[in-house]
Design a protein around this ligand. Structure first.
Ligand SMILES: O=P(O)(O)OC[C@H]1O[C@H](O[C@H]2O[C@H](CO)[C@@H](O)[C@H](O)[C@H]2O)[C@H](O)[C@@H](O)[C@@H]1O
Length: 374
């Protein structure tokens, strides 16, 4: 039985959904709100295209210790020039958002919680939770994760946020009528629901095919499946890739993407974190607004779809959480979740002070009006 299985691919790896031309890193970051064009790379068939070696190369590339660059310091300098720290650029970011409604989108793993070996132990700190809670008081805030929605909710535990799980394929957003009203009925959107039985089947097959490989972890994320190789001996990566490939070959309606030491199997539908961001903006009533300022913070290749959408809309910007230089559509960078927390706290503090200032001015105006009447 021959079945076609097509993925959007980096010719070097053959398996990424989010790869970019060098133009993305050679240009200086645009002013927040401006837009650049970056072209996608070609489509490659799994069966006829990349060989297992290319899969393994790509798996290696997802490990920062294997970051390919001729001179690390040169690379770092260029990276910081083109993707400066969002903390250093805080004032510029605030001034670009002036008069606009800021909407926050946060990835979970590697952004709100540190990367750990066991995906079930990737807890966010109470301090981070407290910060996100305060953030959501001032700005509409959504979590956009590759994990299934229930799981990411069980980690975040904040009912006041919106959640997009399974790489955006399972969204609990605001209801269309209510826009951003506290306590309003949440609306569910699951564009890949027809794939549920297939995902269950593939999950079982992947469990079965990979269980002899030490350290593999297969995670059912409801509308997608994650095959983790963080704890697999590198010598076994080829064997793992081979097994995953052999399962995927039988499912032409599924495709493969890659995250941090994880292979992600997901439906071929044109839906990703970028689409989820647009869907949420629309649900919040900001679809055609020129005065909306979305900020997306994420650390993974799958977050690039959202960064790209922001570039194309010419609204807001993306912040990549990374300690190493990477090709990205994001405009700014932060090193790790602890810096994300500092950035979010500064946003909260800035908003609190500016609201306080506004109400003080309002009060003074009212006093002046009252004194003129007398
Ligand atoms: O979109 P995200 O919220 O970033 O989710 C992407 C994947 O994150 C998780 O895996 C990653 O974090 C794990 C815990 O730190 C780590 O062990 C793993 O190597 C990382 O890839 C999650 O387990 C996956 O299901 C998500 O797809």
């Amino acid at each position: 039985m021959t079945k076609q299985n097509v993925v959007v691919s980096d010719p070097n790896s053959g398996i990424n959904t989010a790869t970019f031309t060098a133009a993305a890193v050679q240009k200086p970051p645009p002013a927040p709100g401006s837009c650049i064009n970056i072209s996608r790379k070609t489509l490659v068939e799994i069966n006829s295209g990349p060989r297992i070696n290319s899969w393994v190369d790509s798996m290696r590339a997802s490990s920062p210790t294997h970051h390919k660059c001729t001179s690390l310091s040169e690379d770092n300098t260029s990276w910081m020039v083109h993707h400066p720290s969002a903390l250093d650029m805080f004032e510029q970011i605030i001034s670009a958002s002036k008069g606009k409604k800021m909407v926050m989108f946060l990835d979970y793993d590697g952004t709100l919680s540190p990367i750990v070996d066991d995906p079930d132990q990737a807890f966010m700190s109470d301090a981070m939770r407290g910060t996100v809670r305060k953030l959501a008081r001032y700005f509409p805030t959504a979590i956009v994760s590759g994990r299934c929605r229930d799981k990411v909710y069980s980690f975040v535990q904040l009912a006041e946020l919106y959640y997009a799980g399974s790489h955006g394929m399972d969204i609990e957003g605001p209801s269309k009528d209510s826009k951003y009203k506290k306590g309003a009925q949440a609306a569910l959107f699951q564009p890949a629901s027809e794939f549920l039985p297939m995902i269950v089947e593939v999950y079982k097959e992947l469990l079965d095919k990979t269980n002899s490989i030490n350290g593999v972890r297969v995670e059912n994320n409801k509308f997608c499946v994650s095959v983790h190789f963080r704890c697999v001996d590198e010598k076994k990566w080829g064997e793992l890739a081979q097994q995953v490939k052999s399962v995927l070959k039988e499912y032409p309606k599924l495709r493969l993407s890659q995250g941090r030491k994880v292979l992600e199997i997901r439906p071929t539908i044109k839906w990703d974190k970028g689409k989820a961001l647009e869907f949420l903006l629309e649900s919040l009533g900001y679809a055609n607004c020129t005065d909306v300022f979305p900020v997306y913070i994420g650390d993974d290749r799958t977050d690039e779809d959202a960064f790209k959408v922001l570039r194309e809309r010419g609204q807001g910007f993306g912040i990549l959480v990374s300690k190493t230089p990477k090709d990205t559509y994001a405009s700014y960078s932060l090193l790790e979740p602890s810096e994300v927390m500092i950035f979010l706290r500064r946003l909260v503090e800035w908003k609190r002070l500016s609201l306080r200032r506004q109400s003080k001015i309002q009060k003074q105006l009212e006093e002046i009006k009252a004194s003129l009447k007398n």
